[in-house]
Design a protein around this ligand. Structure first.
Ligand code: AMP
Length: 586
């Protein structure tokens, strides 16, 4: 029941934004097809020199929104001490590295030098790179202030200061450092403040440091949720490095009849198409780099069920109407709620039900909350299927297939083979061997376990507190851990002080021992609060909690257990550092 072909021409959105042609060329090479809503809203006022106050979370494309205009205000030919034209302040080391990498990629052709400066790394090597001359410094506040005080950084020529993830910086107690840094920069400058939320404390900073700012609130725009009620929405939290493997596994279990997989960039579309074809799927790429004729051919094969996966960018899939799409997969979290609603609207068509699957990096959790608000439908967070899940699913599918084959009949020649073997073997063994033979080769791709949570390299922002302050805090954590008391034996026979049964987990669980209990007046809500606030998780991701006198046991998803342990060890519960580890009894 196909209707119209993908007919819209690829957008030339970036070219119309008055960006340097060399920058536009870099974006094209990266596979960006069109600006995201925050980029469309923030780039023009920033290019015009205005201050900007923008509400935008990770995943919206906010980095390019402030980075691209910066590249138009550089002092490339100035001597090193007068060269630094922009200072970007970020809450964590990870973000500093990511933003520096992004600016490097966008501005390479201009010769722009971007350097990340963060705590915990060698001062000497940072001083050496600062001496050579830097166009954009991306720094965590503690380390930036350190360099300012030592006079190893020269900010006299700074024209733009960006506060990225400002709410996070305030939450981490950087308010005073920010004030000190801002007053060490020239009075005449452009300030851009980006924040996922705009609480009063952010408004206060904006009042003091921003002049007549252009205010952008992207997610305030109402989105018509349309027909999303018939679509089951699920999400998997997967670190970037494991996304491809996770997608393969999820598709193996889901066995979609026809799925559209959305990516952010052309490059990603091409890479993913190649990988999925290598894993035995029939996948085809659809992006703005293809001619109209090529795109029509791809669509024709998808409509005719010749291919089962259509891997596409938003631009290329715009207006697509294919009635039999069973699954929509967001390989990347879409940059705005509008795009999310639009993408998942490709399934659940013509009265059918559909499934929308989103792969999100742990730090993009906030975007999922936003989509839930907009669509009014909960997004279930699931653990990536394990190898055992996959095997169980394959068994189920095999049983279903055999049942069908028996019902269809026409088995006479095969009965002859069974009869010949039946003299020698049990019927049960013959049938089992036949199935094993039939299944051989169906697991050619080596299956490895995939972590659902952040790996140590890709930490959750809440615990990626990298500055000097958090290093001090780690000392304290170690001391707190040493002081924590572990009861000699389990409290057999006694009754716990409080219990929370928790939702029935749809995930494989692990039990955590938390070295605080009734004596510290801990209630289940304190533990739920500590975990959900620090990790940005939903409370449905926490299972049963039992509070004993000196400790508590908390049930959490196995895949997030190590992350939660690290996060809780780095925070305080009821004002105290406590020992958190896997429960040995459980
Ligand atoms: P951010 O919200 O800045 O963390 O960006 C999220 C991701 O989107 C990054 O991986 C960027 O490379 C990517 N990205 C940013 N802008 C675009 C765009 N216009 N088109 C495609 N991808 C983009």
């Amino acid at each position: 029941m196909s209707t119209r072909p993908a007919s819209e021409a690829p957008s030339t959105g970036f070219a119309s934004l008055d960006l340097d042609p060399k920058v536009v060329a870099a974006l094209t090479a990266l596979g960006y097809e069109e600006p995201t809503p925050i980029q469309l809203a923030a780039i023009p006022p920033l290019l015009a020199g205005r201050d900007v106050l923008a509400q935008a979370a990770t995943g919206t494309g906010k980095t390019a929104a402030f980075a691209l205009p910066l590249l138009h205000r550089l002092n490339l030919d100035a001597p090193p001490r007068e060269r630094t034209a922009a200072l970007v302040l970020v809450p964590t080391r990870e973000l500093a590295m990511q933003v520096a990498e992004a600016i490097h990629r966008y501005g390479k052709a201009l010769g722009a030098v971007a350097v990340p400066i963060y705590g915990g790394a060698s001062m000497e090597s940072q001083i050496r790179s600062l001496k050579r001359g830097v166009d954009v410094i991306i720094a965590t506040p503690g380390r930036a202030l350190d360099h300012i005080r030592r006079k190893t950084v020269h900010l006299a020529a700074v024209r733009t200061v960006v506060l990225d993830e400002a709410d996070e910086m305030l939450d981490m107690g950087f308010a005073e450092d920010l004030e000190a840094i801002l007053s060490a920069t020239p009075k005449e400058k452009q300030v851009a403040l980006f924040s996922a939320t705009l609480p009063p404390r952010i408004a206060a900073i904006a009042r003091t440091h921003l002049r007549d700012p252009h205010v952008i609130r992207i997610d305030a725009a109402a989105v018509k949720a349309g027909n999303t009620a018939k679509v089951r929405q699920v999400a998997y939290l997967v670190p970037r490095a494991h996304k491809m493997a996770a997608l393969g596994r999820i598709l193996d279990v889901e066995q979609p009849k026809a799925a559209i997989v959305f990516c952010r960039t052309r490059t990603e579309v091409d890479e993913l198409t190649e990988t999925m074809n290598g894993r035995g799927f029939h996948a085809e790429a659809l992006h703005g780099g293809l001619s109209q004729e090529q795109r029509d051919r791809v669509m024709k094969r998808f409509r005719a069920h010749t291919s089962e996966l259509l891997i596409a960018t938003d631009v290329a899939a715009r207006g697509l109407d294919v009635s039999h799409v069973s699954h929509v997969v967001n390989y990347d979290v879409p940059s705005a709620a509008e795009a999310y609603v639009h993408r998942i609207g490709r399934t659940g068509r013509a009265g059918r039900t559909g499934m929308a699957i989103t792969l999100a990096e742990p730090r993009e959790h906030r975007m999922l909350k936003n989509f839930e608000r907009v669509t009014g439908v909960a997004i279930e967070t699931l653990a990536v299927p394990t190898v055992a899940d996959l095997k169980a699913r394959r068994m189920e599918l095999t049983q279903a297939t055999i049942r069908e084959v028996i019902l269809v009949g026409d088995l006479d020649i095969w009965r002859g083979v069974v009869a010949a073997l039946a003299d020698e073997f049990e019927l049960m063994d013959i049938a089992a061997a036949a199935m094993k033979h039939g299944a051989a080769g169906s697991d050619e791709v080596k299956q490895e376990e995939i972590p659902t949570s952040a790996s140590p390299r890709e930490k959750h922002p809440a615990r990626a507190r990298d500055d000097e302050r958090s290093l001090k805090r780690e000392d304290k954590t170690a001391r707190g851990a040493a002081e924590a008391v572990r009861p000699a034996a389990g409290p057999a026979g006694k009754t716990p002080a409080a219990k929370r049964s928790g939702p029935k987990p749809g995930w494989e669980s692990a039990k955590l021992y938390v070295g605080a209990g009734r004596k510290l007046k801990i209630r289940p809500g304190d533990l739920v609060g500590a975990i959900t606030n620090e990790m940005g998780l939903d409370s449905t991701m926490i299972g049963a909690i039992t509070i004993w006198d000196r400790h508590s046991i908390v049930e959490v998803p196995e895949s997030l257990a190590d992350d939660i342990i690290r996060t809780l060890m780095a925070t305080s519960i009821k004002g105290k550092r406590v020992l958190v580890r896997r429960d040995r009894a459980g």
